[in-house]
Design a binder for this molecule. Structure first.
Ligand SMILES: [Zn+2]
Length: 239
């Protein structure tokens, strides 16, 4: 018996517009610029990781339009997915429900599941790739959209023991709004996992403002301030 055909994924243009300012703090002191662009072509040929000199936020510039990664990149990512999952075990050994945001083909839940066999993983992604991931039984529920979409936010509010943002904040136009939205879908006492930069290319800490932002939103940050991976617990008193 053959499996039903996977939902097709329409082609998308490779890059969004180039940004002159930091999506986290608005500073225009950015390091790292895309090469090969020209006014006549209108769009750069490739995206690079840019870093804000003021707040250390790292982001893809121009923003990458969501799409499948190169197979070699995905192979490298599997190792990091395993490390991130194991880092969470110490703080949250038996979550019941987990939402992976920007999950794509659900590579992260697929790896994390080996460490959390009793956890129910859901996936959220702006593309229909997440439906394909559900068809492949990599996630139990699939949501197409963004955390900041009102209908998604309302439906998922306070629902998850763990929310993971794996190299996601550097891919969205408003990372702060995305972070707030992630905290709203977390239940009180739940854990947020943010993997904020790609150390295969750049060894960087997370944005200076990230920990402060999390504390201000009623979280306890459980990892060091210079770690590229941040684990925080949403306190019971958080809004
Ligand atoms: Zn900045």
């Amino acid at each position: 018996m053959s499996a039903p055909p996977a939902p097709s994924v329409p082609p998308v243009p490779p890059y969004g517009p180039y940004r002159e300012d930091c999506p986290w703090c608005g500073s225009r002191r950015l390091r790292g610029r895309p090469r090969g662009d020209g006014p006549r072509q209108g769009a750069p040929h490739r995206s690079v990781l840019a870093r804000c000199s003021d707040c250390r936020h790292v982001f893809h510039n121009p923003l990458l339009t969501p799409g499948p990664e190169h197979p070699a990149v995905r192979a490298g990512a599997r190792l990091r997915h395993g490390l991130a999952a194991r880092a969470l075990i110490r703080h949250c050994p038996e979550p019941e429900s987990w939402l992976d945001v920007g999950t794509g083909d659900a590579d992260f839940p697929h790896t994390a599941r080996t460490h959390f066999p009793y956890t129910s993983f859901d996936g959220l992604d702006p593309t229909r790739r997440v439906l394909r991931a559900r068809a492949a039984e990599r996630v139990e529920e699939a949501f197409v959209g963004r955390l900041t979409d009102p209908h998604i936010a309302a439906r998922l509010r306070g629902r998850y023991d763990v929310v993971s943002l794996f190299q996601h904040l550097e891919r969205v136009p408003d990372p702060r709004a995305e972070l707030w939205a992630a905290l709203r879908v977390l239940r009180p006492g739940g854990h947020l996992l943010v993997d904020a930069a790609d150390p295969r290319r750049l060894l960087l800490g997370h944005p200076v403002g990230l920990s402060a932002e999390l504390v201000a939103r009623g979280c306890t940050v459980l990892t060091g301030s210079r770690a590229h991976r941040v684990i925080a617990r949403k306190d019971a008193s958080a809004p």
